[in-house]
Design a protein around this ligand. Structure first.
Ligand code: MN
Length: 355
């Protein structure tokens, strides 16, 4: 098992083991993490189209459903969802010779799919490839390209496809591929403004636009697709935001009751977290969402050199320096109590270290 962690843009030749593995595959399954996002989904549809153009049989199987604002992506309707089609997924994995996990670096992020992948892999039937940009990868695959310098998995797939184009001597970025990769990079960079938005990211975005991605159309479809009930949830949530520690911490707890009253689903909360960081003094923002089973999903955002993935890591989660998450087995009161205590401690310690 090889983990590439160069911490810089990979040279073309460094993509070779990854390209060899993809070219050797005949029946390839692509997947991403639970509660899929634009980066995972856009990377999946882009890579699927590239591999299909090379004659591979490719299927996408995801642990959870596609959020409605991404259903416009090419061929997304063909995605099989584990929660709904377990039998089909088991069959697809049993026929596969390669499984590629995109935008996650922990086996458990595959949800129920991992058990079946792991079983087939132990029988020697398939290889597992992981391409991702989160911190602290688990060494679970046959080949892992884990590059935390990258703004997005989409950026890595763009580089991979470019290296593949060089190897094969032909263009592979069709308008469908460009659209998928643009969605991936745009969503994970917060529309080209997060810290890892390098000059190179703008150049690759420019190349994708030149090859058929329409920035105006894509932005409109991804971000202006709220259901009226999402606005109700947003209104209810904004009025509940709390600021503590002299305004350096903001937090919010969204209950099932709040979701039910406004008819909203879990992924509608994504649009709320940015408001938690919209006050200049805030250094750590915490959004807690009550799950149907009573557990609490926690999302962290931070400003500057505050590694919130470390707080999430205390509870089996992880992510990036400025954006991370975890699932707590505690209900409301206990969850709020321990997370805020952790955040206070963490902020205190990081202040001592930074002095
Ligand atoms: Mn990502």
């Amino acid at each position: 098992m090889i983990i590439h962690e160069y911490g810089r843009k990979l040279e073309e030749k460094e993509w070779s083991p990854c390209i060899d593995m993809l070219l050797a595959g005949e029946h390839i399954v692509l997947t991403t993490h639970v509660n899929s996002d634009g980066d995972g989904l856009g990377s999946e549809v882009a890579l699927a189209e590239v591999l299909r153009s090379l004659g591979k049989e490719v299927t996408i199987v995801n642990p959870t459903e596609v959020p409605s604002n991404y259903v416009f992506l090419q061929d997304i309707a063909d995605i099989t969802v584990f929660d709904e089609q377990v039998e089909e997924i088991i069959e697809k994995i049993s026929l596969a010779d390669l499984v590629v996990l995109l935008d996650a670096n922990l086996s458990e992020r595959m949800g129920g799919i991992w058990n079946h992948v792991s079983f087939a892999r132990e029988l020697g039937r398939l290889n597992v490839l992981c391409i991702d940009h989160h911190l602290e990868p688990e060494d679970f695959a046959d080949l892992m390209v884990c590059e935390t310098y990258a703004s997005s998995t989409g950026e890595l797939i763009y580089d991979l496809v470019t290296a593949l184009e060089d190897r094969l001597g032909k263009g592979l970025i069709t308008p469908g591929v460009a659209e998928g990769l643009y969605v991936a990079v745009m969503t994970d960079t917060g529309s080209f403004r997060f810290p890892k938005t390098t000059p190179y990211v703008y150049r690759l975005a420019g190349d994708l636009v030149a090859k058929g991605a329409d920035p105006n159309d894509i932005y409109d479809k991804v971000y202006n697709s709220l259901k009226p009930q999402s606005l109700q949830l947003l209104g209810a949530a904004l009025s509940e935001i709390k600021l503590i520690e002299d305004g350096s911490v903001s937090w919010l707890f969204i209950s099932q009751d709040m979701l039910n009253k406004t008819g909203s689903k879990l992924f509608d909360t994504d649009l709320i977290i940015k408001y938690l960081l919209s006050v200049r003094s805030v250094r750590i923002a915490v959004l807690m969402v009550e799950m149907q089973d009573g557990r609490t999903k926690v999302s962290f955002r931070s400003r500057g050199d505050i590694y919130v993935n470390k707080i999430a890591g205390n509870y089996g989660g992880g992510g990036h320096k400025n954006a991370a998450g975890c699932m707590l087995r505690y209900a409301r009161e206990k969850a709020i109590q321990i997370i805020l205590a952790d955040v206070r401690d963490f902020l205190k310690n990081s202040e001592i270290i930074n002095k």
